[in-house]
Design a protein around this ligand. Structure first.
Ligand code: PEP
Ligand code: MN
Length: 345
């Protein structure tokens, strides 16, 4: 932390600041500039909001952190990147998320019936998807909208996994449901609306199943990484980050896909980063171009909504792809994936 003193600071004010820094357990070093003095505070400043409060002392102009506030999520080149491994049933291949392999997660917004989820699982597997998505607990803006099939939906996802071998990702909304969802899911999703539900983040941090953490619609990149930090701090090191669009003044799309978040997150953290172009755009025609852009931006994978008949979907039909459109998208992505020196196997 750096404490910048005002040009008018007196000797006594400077001495008081130095004394307070020592009391807080930091080593103060005063740097004498031409116009003003600066106190460098040596010690681990992360999580130490008390140093920041020195800004209220007489003679202090500002207190500036020099370290990133996320310790565990931050990228340390020597430690390499995190690769998360998941496997569906015994027949399924192991899926690596965060390696050279590009990963596609696909499936309906909501689980609606056995026929719907099994048909979709088979279709997306045939098209080349690696993970089946489907919501059993749905965070809906309206309390009158379909809220999800809950445990019945989890059972249907498990059935689809058994039949296809695809690992399953599904959302958990409530800390008290974490153990139940973890019994069925291979990856637990924390949705955009829960990115700062701290009890939920702590609860998924206490299990060892991978967590897909979506960026909140108004969460900064730093806030997303601090939420990841909550999970990592509890001991769960298997966190996948997901850019799914943020809310801006633009109304042509459901959200604004922040593609620049991908290279920023890849630089800032060792965690895998995927993109959800479905929720980001809200329109099925935009899913393919944004998927290509995500590959080019360096994403480790995609999450795409697919429904056997989007016109009949119980949620998010407008942004869902038909199975054949999804298959064409995957085929068309191959040259882009190759150009990024990655594979789609
Ligand atoms: C979802 O993936 O079904 C979902 C609700 O997404 P988000 O949390 O990004 O809105
Ligand atoms: Mn959805």
């Amino acid at each position: 932390m750096i404490i910048v003193m005002k040009t008018s600071t007196t000797k006594k004010e400077l001495a008081d600041v130095v004394a307070k820094v020592e009391v807080l357990g930091y080593q103060p070093h005063v740097l004498y500039g031409v116009e003003r003095k600066v106190v460098a505070c040596i010690g681990d400043e992360r999580g130490k909001a008390r140093l920041q409060s020195l800004e209220t002392l007489p003679g202090v102009e500002s207190v500036m952190p020099i370290l990133k506030p996320y310790k565990l999520a931050s990228h340390k080149p020597a430690a390499g990147r995190t690769v998360i491994r998941v496997r569906g049933n015994g027949r399924g291949a192991q899926v690596e998320i965060g390696s050279k392999k590009f990963i596609i997660m696909a499936g309906p917004c909501s689980v609606e019936s056995e026929a719907q989820i099994v048909t979709t699982a088979r279709a997306v597997k045939r098209a080349g998807a690696h993970v089946l998505r489907g919501g059993a607990y749905k965070p809906r803006t309206s309390p009158y909208a379909f809220q999800g099939m809950e445990e019945e939906g989890l059972k249907l996802l498990a059935k689809a996994r058994k039949l296809t071998g695809l690992p399953v990702v599904t959302e958990v909304m409530n800390p008290s449901d974490v153990d139940l969802v973890a019994q069925y899911a291979d990856i637990l999703q924390i949705g955009a609306r829960n990115v700062q539900n701290f009890p939920l983040l702590k609860a998924v941090g206490k299990i060892q199943k991978p967590v897909l953490l979506k960026r909140g619609m108004s969460a900064t990149i730093e806030e997303l990484l601090m939420s990841a930090e909550y999970i990592l701090k509890e001991g769960n090191t298997n966190v996948i980050l997901c850019e799914r669009g943020i809310r801006t003044f633009e109304t042509a799309t459901r959200n604004t896909l922040d593609q620049s978040a991908v290279p920023i997150l890849k630089k800032e953290t060792h965690l895998p980063v995927i993109v959800d172009p479905s929720h980001a755009t809200g329109h099925w025609e935009l899913v393919e171009p944004m998927s290509r852009a995500a590959v080019a931006a360096g994403a480790d994978g995609l999450m795409i909504e697919v429904h056997p008949d989007p016109s009949q979907a119980w949620s998010d039909g407008a942004q869902s792809l038909k199975p054949e459109t999804f298959a064409a998208l995957v085929k068309g992505l191959k040259p882009f994936i190759q150009a990024m020196k990655r594979t789609l196997t």
